[in-house]
Structure formats: C-alpha cells, structure tokens
Write a protein that binds this ligand. Sequence first.
Ligand code: DGL
Length: 271
Amino acid sequence: MDNRAIGFFDSGLGGLTSIPPLFKALPRERVIYFGDTARTPYGSKAVSTIRQYACQIADFLVSKNVKMLVIACNTISTTCLEELKARFPALPIVGIVSPAAEKVAASCDKTNRIGIIGTKVTIASGAYRDMIRTLAPELTVFDRATPAFVPLIEEGIIENEIMDLTIHYYMDDFVAQNRLDTLVLGCTHYPLLRKNIERLYPGLEIIDPSQEIIGRIRKTLAERDLLADESQEGENVFYASDLSENFTRMIQRILETERSDLILKFKNLDL
Ligand code: DGL
C-alpha cells in the first residue's frame, strides 16, 4: 500500500479527461496534476523542445514525491516515454499509447477500418500505427493530424459552429475516403470533442485512450503494491504553468464538480 499521490501531466488541460475515470475506478487514489498551459500546444513543436519541457515537468512532479508518473498526453508519450523511464528508472511511468493500441488490437478485426487522429507530432511519430500493426498486423489503420483542435479546446471553443467547421475540415474526407468505422482519439484533448464527432459521424465507433489508460494504471499500481489504502484522505492538487480563469473553468467543467478537495496552484517553470 502507498498513499502518495499519482503524478499526471499534459501540455495543458487535455490530461484532465483521464481524471474522472480514474476517480471512478480508483476512488482512494489522489492526484497531483500539471498542465503546461503557458506553453501549450506541444503537438506542432520540435521533439527536442517537447523533451525539454517534459523533463522539467517530470522533475517537478518527482520533487512532489509522487508514487507514479502518468503521461496523460499522446504527444509526450510518443516522443519522451523512453527518455523519462531512463531518467527515473525506479519510478513506474505509464504512457497512453500502448493501453489504447492494446484495446484496438483486442476489439477490432480485419473487417474494421480504423482511423487515428492526433497532433502533428503524434501522427508523425507513427507510434499508434506501429504498435497496432505489431499487436495485430491484419488490422487496417489510417491516420491524420488535426492540429487546430487543441488551441480551440484550450480556448473553450467546443460546442459551436467554429469547432464543427474545423472537424468537417479535417475529417470529412478522412472518414469518407477511408470508409472508417472506428476512430481512436489520439490526443487527450479530443474526448472533449466526442459529442461533436458522434453527432457529425453517427455510427463511428470511438476508442478513447484517456479511458483505456486507467486499466494500465490500476494494473501497474497493483503489481507494485502501490494502491492507496482505504483510510487515506488527502487533497487533489492541480498545477498549471499559467493559472488562467479559462483553466479554472475548464477544470470544473471536465471534472463536473465543485469539489472542495480540488486545489489549484500556479507553478512557473523557468527555462
Ligand atoms: N493532450 C495532448 C496530446 O494528447 C495535446 C497536445 C498539444 O499540446 O498539442 O497529444
């Protein structure tokens, strides 16, 4: 048993989409979250810059004595997972791509036509395609970068025409030409678009890595005897490098809560 917090991080608020399923599946756990809102989005930046930022955030969370690191960001997972594991060899570190690829491999067959959307860096890395092909070479996989989604979501522009037009712009051809029946939301911001996508492309089966990662977190904690025990009480702390009104509002919205145990803090990460 270990009652320390789990460290979660993302380039911004996208990683928050994994927190409600975490609280539901593992209600005794508590989190320290870091969203790099001052420097988001990461998904079109150079890989060397993303690595530098990811190491800074991981160092900060490790200084807070977390028992595990969860990379709740596809862009960071596809570019920095091995580097972070090498930096903290004793710490369990969970990335988001492999649990989702395993879900695709387990739930799809060769009749399916699977699309993956993500940031430019995630799609250019080929990480999803490669992992799915390794696990299930018979599957048919397509991918597309959809880089304008994250800045709109960070602005809270979600349920409106601008977002719908942007989704049409990136996805109409992608879905139709490839005759997709399954879509992987390969960016942790994208679950916030799930309703728009379901409305615009009814019948598309959606696989959400932000949910799939929870099983991996549970398994890793259980294997290492790190699950929190029943008596634990504590705070969930959410840091942002730019603690804007927007971030505060989106936290309440994504977590659908006015919980008093959510503590918001600002942390400036100097380069
Ligand atoms: N949530 C991040 C991801 O999963 C967003 C990336 C970005 O900042 O562009 O890739």
